[in-house]
Every structure is written in structure tokens, then in C-alpha cells.
Ligand binder design. Structure first.
Ligand code: DGL
Length: 283
């Protein structure tokens, strides 16, 4: 009889509405090179940022169930919108699963700003979420930093489509007013945005601003995952027999996700199309 796989041999599930989570995955691969990973892009339902909170919660729950059925040992919600909308629900539904979420980095931004003004770029859904607004109020009270909230409608679509000109045009529209209002620090509050960091830097330079700090929490998220796995004695050992593997699933085109892996982070994992349970209910 075969022994069941040891818990630390199980993969880590990483999830986003699309390719944004690759900005987190690259940090996880760098910090945890021996871990098996399963990436899920719910591209068939992207973007999440213009959807009602209950829809984002239903999708997040459907993906979590899909990954739980694949025997993951930890779940990374590599999406600010899904974290703000659903991480509390996910923790209720999967009380024994280590779950790491991603929230806009307001705290590090408040520590970094010299002008006291911080621009926050994120989806409409993230910026309207109670969890986000509570975080904003808490950090404002503690630091007196002023947060200028900028919903970036359409930006995720352009990044998903690899539309560089469209991305730059939208960044001009969203970033320039923040700089003109005196923001010297910009929070990249959506995991898609670090993937176009060079375009953001280009727009800042073009607007004649210097020394603007960009806050991206990807590295901190990977560190938090390392801590949780270590606490649960779930880290996979480097001398394990099988080499670490990565596989990916998408609710849209496998060809498109393969191309994105290649273009954005230079790797070619196997990608499959899957239905994560379109009718999953949050309630
Ligand atoms: N990457 C997601 C985030 O961090 C994008 C949300 C969307 O699909 O609109 O918010």
C-alpha cells in the first residue's frame, strides 16, 4: 500500500483573477525554490475590480475549493481585490489552511513619504472595500499620511491584453494628477501593476517628477508565506527526491496564459484549462 504524501510535500496554491499573481509568484519562487506550486488564473472572470464584492467572493471560494481538492498545503490570494473582498470568508471556510493575502502597502508607504501624500493605485472594488477603508483609517490615524485614492478602471484589461500603448495612456491619466497633487509615493495596490513598473516609471519621468517611491508588497507577501510554512513545519526540504514543479490552470485560454508566463517571468510551465466551479455560492 502506498503511503499518503507527507504534508510538506504538498503544493502551495497561488491565485489571481489573471496574470497579476505572477508578480507575487516570482518572489515566492525566489524565496522558496524547493516548493511545488499550483497557479490559478481566473481569467474567464477577469477583471474582478469592476465586479460586486459577492461575485469576487464566490469566485475566490470556487478557486479555493478547486485548489483544496488538489491537496494544497497553503493558499496565497495573490490579488488585492480578492483579498479585500474574500479573505475573511476564506479563513472561515478553511480554518486549518494557512492563507496569505495581499493588501495595498499603506503602512510602508506612510513610512516612506516625505510630502505626507501617498497615491494609491488599485481597482475600484479594492478601494471601495470595507477592509481597505478600515486599513486606510487606521494608518491615517497612526501616521497622519494623506492617502489619495485612484481607481484605475480599465488598466487590468490593458495589462491582460499586453496592450502597452493603452497601458501607458491609462497610466498617464491616473498617475499624473496624483503627482500634481504632491504625492511622492505611489502604492501599487493591484498585483498586475508591478508587471508594468517600467511604464509607471516612464510616465513619472515624463511628467518631470523625480524621487517618487513605488510600493509593491510582493516580497513581503512571500516572506509572510515562508513564516507561516515554517511555523506549521510545512517547508519542503531541499533534499526531497522530486524536483520542485509548477503547474498552472486558467478559466480562459491556456495558450494565452502560457504566453504570459513566458513574456512576463520567462518560464514555461504546463498550463491547463479548467472550470473552477462557476456556480459556487459564497453563502
Ligand atoms: N490582480 C488583481 C488585484 O490585485 C486585479 C483585479 C482585477 O481583476 O481587476 O487587485
Amino acid at each position: 500500500m502506498m503511503n499518503p504524501p507527507l504534508p510538506h510535500e504538498a503544493p502551495i496554491g497561488i491565485f489571481d483573477s489573471g496574470v497579476g499573481g505572477l508578480s507575487i509568484l516570482r518572489h515566492i519562487r525566489a524565496q522558496l525554490p524547493h516548493e511545488h506550486l499550483v497557479y490559478v488564473a481566473d481569467t474567464g472572470f477577469a477583471p474582478y475590480g469592476d465586479k460586486p464584492e459577492h461575485v469576487v467572493a464566490e469566485r475566490s471560494l470556487a478557486v479555493a475549493r478547486f485548489l483544496a481538492a488538489r491537496g494544497i498545503k497553503a493558499f496565497v490570494v495573490a490579488c488585492n481585490t480578492a483579498t479585500i473582498s474574500a479573505v475573511t470568508l476564506l479563513r472561515e471556510r478553511f480554518p486549518d489552511m494557512p492563507i496569505v493575502g495581499v493588501e495595498p502597502g499603506l503602512k510602508p508607504a506612510a513610512a516612506a513619504t516625505r510630502s505626507g501624500k501617498v497615491g494609491v493605485l488599485a481597482t475600484e472594488r479594492t478601494l471601495a472595500g470595507d477592509k481597505f477603508l478600515r486599513l486606510r483609517d487606521q494608518i491615517t490615524d497612526a501616521t497622519h499620511a494623506q492617502f489619495l485614492l485612484q481607481p484605475c478602471r480599465g488598466l487590468v484589461d490593458c495589462i491582460e491584453a499586453g496592450d502597452t500603448d493603452g497601458t501607458t495612456a491609462l497610466l498617464r491619466r491616473y498617475v499624473t494628477p496624483l503627482l500634481e497633487e504632491g504625492a511622492d509615493t505611489l502604492v501599487l495596490g493591484c498585483t498586475h501593476y508591478p508587471l508594468v513598473k517600467s511604464s509607471i516609471e516612464h510616465v513619472i519621468a515624463e511628467a518631470g517628477h523625480e524621487g517618487v517611491a513605488l510600493v509593491d508588497t510582493g516580497e513581503a507577501v512571500a516572506r509572510q508565506l515562508v513564516r507561516l510554512l515554517a511555523t506549521g513545519s510545512l517547508l519542503r526540504t531541499p533534499d526531497a527526491v522530486a524536483p520542485a514543479h509548477l503547474e498552472a490552470f486558467t478559466s480562459a485560454s491556456a495558450t494565452a496564459l502560457s504566453a504570459a508566463f513566458n513574456t512576463l517571468i520567462g518560464i514555461d510551465p504546463p498550463v491547463q484549462e479548467a472550470d473552477f466551479g462557476a456556480n459556487a455560492q459564497a453563502a
